[in-house]
Ligand binder design. Sequence first.
Ligand SMILES: Nc1ncnc2c1ncn2[C@@H]1O[C@H](COP(=O)(O)OP(=O)(O)O)[C@@H](O)[C@H]1O
Ligand SMILES: [Mg+2]
Length: 248
Amino acid sequence: MITIRDVAKRFGAQVVLDGVDLDVEEGETLALLGPSGTGKSVLLKTIIGLIRPDRGDIVVDGLSVPTLSRKALAGLRRKIGYVFQNGALFDSDDVFENIRLGLTDPDQFNDAAFAQERAAECLRLVNLAPETLQKMPSELSGGMRKRVGIARAIAGRPKYVLYDEPTSGLDPVNSDIIDGLIRRLNDELGVTGIMVTHDVRGAFRTADRIALLTGGKVIAQGTPAEFRASEDPQVRAFLERDFASASI
Ligand SMILES: Nc1ncnc2c1ncn2[C@@H]1O[C@H](COP(=O)(O)OP(=O)(O)O)[C@@H](O)[C@H]1O
Ligand SMILES: [Mg+2]
């Protein structure tokens, strides 16, 4: 479980997070929605300890992230897969080496046969053909690169996966594939996930619960049905932009 309490973060004079409260239950996928620049990526980074909040607490699996030693943080990170917004693949490494980097246990990483097998398995999970392992990132489409990024994030069999804009820049067909994949990782592997997105339609189709971050706070959270029925003017204003263009 991930518990976020009163988390605040500013950069210089710019207040980005201003008292965020959020719970992610074991085994659920939560979609974190919000306009661009509201601190969604910053919030994800506080969860894995890449950014330290000025105030508040983040508890993952019973551990208070801001207070962890470097060693304890490294241990916790083995349980968390992170799908970076831009994919963050290493262009000079082939797909196999990129996925192998997700093996956060050094023994697994150094066992060539194990790494091959695990990489092939993760590739299957993201619906990519086995021969993709030998390809270079530059040979892949945007959608395929996103899928390799997800394969890397799950290679170490993490309990949690944080997806930062997993479908941004993709066409609707590829977005649907990724959304379906997130659903499947949740259903089949029991992954607890947070997907940051500004794709309202994808969030409604994929997540168990939705939270809306705006003005530095989570101003609403609930099931897709509760969100759809919300009469909160800020929720309506955010949703209606997309309700207009997609039937959900
Ligand atoms: N390391 C940083 N240093 C200074 N400003 C930052 C840093 N990271 C993010 N910001 C600022 O915080 C705000 C929120 O960023 P971000 O979390 O990336 O937004 P988004 O909701 O689009 O993911 C932006 O104005 C961004 O410029
Ligand atoms: Mg972002």
